[in-house]
Design a protein around this ligand. Structure first.
Ligand code: ATP
Ligand code: MG
Length: 566
């Protein structure tokens, strides 16, 4: 029997979770069913860490002919919102996964969870505690010291039932009472020390409105929701390992068959130079340190999408870092190289000049416009060619000219020759400065025998520059992004405010850039390699403001050092 659609060579390098699944399948566990879920709390936008969990859960379902549910763990109405629900669904689809109609909400199970809580009270396994949260927390003890039993621990079943009903009718203020599971105040596992399972919240829920005044804690909803849905493999991040005995305890009380979801923990994705906590991301958005959840500097999926990342590059990156049992921080440059690799294969090469200065080809006819052929992608011939207009007046990068260059400077300087990409070899004959002392115009002469196909075309010159025509180019704004934080791990110093590590230069807006005319119909999301500069994507603001706006996705590796070898 085929149990997976992994190619043979893929089977050799199974991760530890795949090994567990293969073993379960061999042993016929759950009758060969594989059922996972992705369980986000709709209290923020998804980030690249979530992509790791999404790729795992949906990916395993695909690989092992199983199913993967989408379940919103919406147990805290104060922090949750439909805006988040909608964005989460959009992002999962964008990554290329689908829950095939199996969309659930923990709030769907509120009635079942309520019944289960009543059942626990009836069995003498849950009680209403009137103490405030800080007292309960202080009584919890420490990992080496047992907790102290609440004076309300031995209330009668009748009184507990009555109080819990009245809590849900809104008779008591928030914080005045909680329902706790009666497990073991002496357990070495702190999570087993009579955890709170219900609290009073006077806030409408985005789906159930005002029907409930008590809400289950995440820990009381999560494991049972998996059980209700018939999940076979509950995959979550390592910090939940210590919660597992509690989830198992609940299921033990609930269970009416031999079936159990099996929880397996894997390491979180952490990235250098950014933060991944939703609380911190929310703060960046709310307090205006970034321009929204989809700011291209954010590690959110919507931010990465706007930055020009492709789903494939994110999936490749997640694959590369893999799944283990050890916490680690992943280098953001690995993510950057994943998008570079992807865009190298698929994005057309075009010319753009970000900081233009005029280059005048003095021996070129004034009104002539020559259409030069530019290869769209040297990695992929099938992407063809396009035309770029060559004229007497051009723009080149200001950085590509030096009046008085050091040795090994292979760009333009007085008396030196360079090749203009897809056009001619030119020799610099002079330049003019403005009153402020800035170079305003550079003059050169072209060698008409050096165009592609001509006798001198392959003459060796050290530097190749990109350029655009003054009359046949378009104006554009270009947004350059740098790392959001200026230290590798902004979470490292617990005492310091992570905001103090924000990189003040993470966004640089360049106006007055020039791009070649072939970009005139470029649409938001279209991606290009600007020769020698990097990969760029059209920003959605372009359409809104009816002008060309590009985001830099990522620079080219060693962009300037390559120049002499072209
Ligand atoms: P936060 O702690 O910032 O609120 P969270 O982990 O609580 O985030 P959830 O919405 O509960 O966010 O996460 C949904 C799923 O995604 C969970 O199964 C969680 O384990 C997983 N997940 C969240 N962050 C990461 C990460 N950085 N790497 C891998 N998986 C993650
Ligand atoms: Mg969570």
């Amino acid at each position: 029997m085929t149990t997976s659609n992994l190619p043979e060579e893929g089977k050799k390098s199974l991760n530890f979770i795949e090994n567990i699944i293969e073993k379960d399948l061999k042993e016929g566990k759950n009758n060969g069913r594989i059922h996972t879920r992705f369980p986000p709390e709709p209290n923020g936008y998804l980030h690249i860490g979530h992509a790791k969990a999404i790729c795992l859960n949906f990916g395993l379902a695909e690989r092992y002919y199983g199913k993967c549910n989408l379940r919103f763990d919406d147990t805290n109405p104060v922090k949750e919102d439909v805006e988040y629900v909608d964005s989460i669904m959009e992002d999962i689809h964008w990554l290329g996964f689908d829950w095939e109609g199996r969309l659930f909400y923990a709030s769907d199970y509120f009635p079942k969870l309520w019944d289960f809580a009543i059942d626990l009270i009836r069995k003498g396994l849950a009680y209403v505690d009137d103490q405030p949260a800080d007292v309960i927390s202080a009584q919890k003890g420490t990992p080496t010291q047992p907790g102290i039993e609440s004076p309300f621990r031995n209330r009668s079943i009748e009184e507990n039932l009555d109080l819990f009903e009245r809590m849900n009718k809104g008779e008591f203020p928030e914080g005045s009472k909680v329902l706790r599971a009666k497990v073991d105040m002496g357990s070495p596992n702190m999570h087993m020390r009579d955890p709170i399972i219900y609290r009073i919240i006077n806030h409408p829920h985005h789906r159930t409105g005002d029907s409930w005044k008590v809400y289950p804690m995440y820990d009381f909803a999560h494991g049972q929701s998996d059980y209700f849905e018939g999940i076979t493999h509950s995959l979550c991040t390592l910090e939940f390992e210590v919660h597992r005995p509690l989830y198992d305890w609940f299921i033990e009380q609930l269970k009416d068959s031999d079936y159990r979801p099996r929880q397996t923990e894997f390491n979180r994705l952490n990235l250098t130079y950014t933060v991944m906590s939703k609380r911190k991301l929310l703060q960046l958005v709310k307090e205006g340190y970034v321009n929204g959840w989809d700011d291209p500097r954010m590690p959110t999926l919507s931010g990465l999408r706007r930055r020009g990342y492709t789903p494939e590059s994110i999936k490749n990156f997640v694959n590369k870092i893999g799944y283990t049992k050890y916490e680690a921080v992943n280098d953001i440059s690995l993510l950057e190289s994943a998008i570079r690799e992807d865009l190298n294969l698929r994005s057309p090469r075009v010319s753009a000049v970000l900081k233009p200065v005029k280059l005048i080809v003095t021996n070129y006819p004034e009104d002539e416009v020559e259409m030069m052929t530019a290869v769209n992608n040297p990695e992929d011939e099938s992407m063809g060619t396009h035309k770029i207009a060559f004229t007497r007046e051009l723009f080149i990068e200001r950085d590509d000219f030096m009046e008085d260059p050091p040795k090994k400077y292979f760009r333009l300087s007085p008396g030196k020759e360079v090749r203009l990409k897809n056009a001619y070899i030119v020799r610099c004959t002079g330049y003019k400065k403005n009153e402020a002392g800035e170079v305003e115009e550079i003059y050169c002469e072209y060698d008409s025998q050096t165009k592609s196909g001509m006798p001198e075309a392959n003459r060796k010159v050290k530097g190749t520059l990109h350029w655009v025509s003054v009359s046949h180019s378009l104006e554009a704004e270009v947004r350059l992004y740098d790392r959001l934080f200026n230290i590798e791990n902004p979470n490292e110093d617990k005492e310091a405010d992570f905001l103090s590590f924000l990189n003040p230069d993470s966004l640089q807006v360049l106006t007055g850039c020039r791009v070649e005319e072939v970009l005139k119909d470029a649409k938001p999301g279209d991606k290009f390699q600007f020769q020698r500069l990097g990969y760029f994507v059209v920003d959605p603001d372009s359409e809104k403001e009816n002008r060309l706006i590009f985001n830099r996705v990522v620079s080219l590796k060693d962009s300037w050092s390559k120049i002499s070898s072209k």
